[in-house]
Design a protein around this ligand. Structure first.
Ligand code: DAH
Length: 338
């Protein structure tokens, strides 16, 4: 029987090495190792062998089976490899690939996250407030009297119950001071609404980023340092920034901040990006009245506040000339920012 097995192994090895396709190898596997295969049939005869012959034949049988099986596996791999190599040779790597859709963040989201990241590095945390506001939070508490033009019917979206769509995010300054003790250092991004005619520089809903810092001894130098750091983070260290005196009811002194835009081939131009100032003592007094304490005493604390327009930042950053592009969701426009 041992001799018989040796012959089978020889034949099988030869047949395997002559096989040229995986199909042929599959057939050989059946012929030798299948249920009715040559080796299997021999194995069935084992039981008829004598005591002495059995272990020797058993060993030879196992060896035959393993060697044939391994030889088949190796040959299959070799053939597969050769086929792969052939296919690879036929691939033209200079052909254009299948384009991947490019995804990216909306320019306003990019400005938002860059601003928020820079301000968080300076210790500001996020705060929020409702977009439907009381007149008190939007105006009175912010030292904006009833006859101020910002409160005009024609500039503001009022509800019949007297509330309104907030005209700025400065409302969150008030809500924060009502609900927490000094020191406070918050930023609050969000939507603001004006009854503006929509054109290339105006929308009726836009995005602001409000900031407020109240503590002992907060000074104009802190305001300048904070906003310079913020704007340099967004527009680059070499961007020139100026603080131009202005008026806001809720800050005194107040400023508008301009940055110098130096577009290639054009005259450099100062462009306004934010309003800011030192919190007006009247704002603290109004907050204290509503809190029923004197924790925001103008004698003890001072603060600065600022409000940035996020659309404005995006328009400057990428030279976008029409603000409406930012809300039209035209992918031909948006893909440029991916
Ligand atoms: N709320 C102002 C606006 O919407 C922007 C602003 C100016 C916010 C000065 C401030 C500030 O916090 O101090 O036009």
């Amino acid at each position: 029987m041992v001799e018989e097995l040796e012959n089978i192994l020889k034949d099988a090895t030869l047949a395997i090495s002559n096989a040229a396709t995986i199909d042929e190898l599959d057939k050989l596997r059946l012929t030798y190792l299948g249920k009715k295969g040559i080796v299997t049939i021999i194995a069935a005869k084992m039981k008829d062998l004598g005591k002495e012959e059995k272990p020797v034949a058993g060993k030879a049988l196992n060896k035959t089976r393993t060697v044939i099986n391994d030889a088949l596996d190796v040959k299959v791999l070799n053939i597969q490899e050769a086929e792969d190599r052939k296919t690879a040779q036929n691939i033209d790597v200079t052909l254009p690939g299948t384009p991947m859709p490019r995804v990216g963040r909306h320019p306003i989201s990019q400005m938002l996250s860059e601003s928020v990241n820079a301000l968080r590095r300076m210790g500001f945390s996020l705060a929020s407030g409702p977009e439907i506001e009381t007149e008190w939070h939007c105006f009175d508490a912010l030292n904006t009297p009833a006859d101020h033009p910002a409160r005009n019917e024609s500039d503001t979206f009022y509800f019949t119950d007297g509330r309104l769509l907030r005209t700025h995010t400065s409302t969150v300054q008030i809500r924060t001071m009502q609900n927490s003790e000094p020191p406070v250092r918050i930023i609050s991004p969000g939507a603001a609404y004006r009854r503006d005619e929509i054109d290339s520089t105006h929308l009726s809903q836009f995005n602001q980023l409000e900031g407020l810092y109240v503590d002992k001894n907060v000074s104009l130098a802190d305001l300048k340092g904070t906003l310079e750091y913020l704007l340099h983070s967004i527009f680059g260290k070499n961007t020139q920034i100026r603080f131009r005196p202005h008026f806001f009811p809720f800050t005194e002194p107040s400023f508008e901040i301009d940055i110098l835009l130096q577009a290639q081939g054009k005259q450099p131009k100062w462009i306004e990006v934010a309003g800011c100032g030192m919190v007006d003592p009247n704002v603290f007094i109004e907050v204290n009245k509503s809190r029923g304490d004197n924790n925001y005493s103008p004698e003890e604390v001072s603060g600065f506040a600022f409000g940035l327009g996020l659309e404005r930042l995006a328009m400057i950053r990428w030279g976008i000339s029409d603000i409406r592009l930012l809300i039209e969701n035209d992918t031909r426009f948006l893909q440029q920012f991916a």
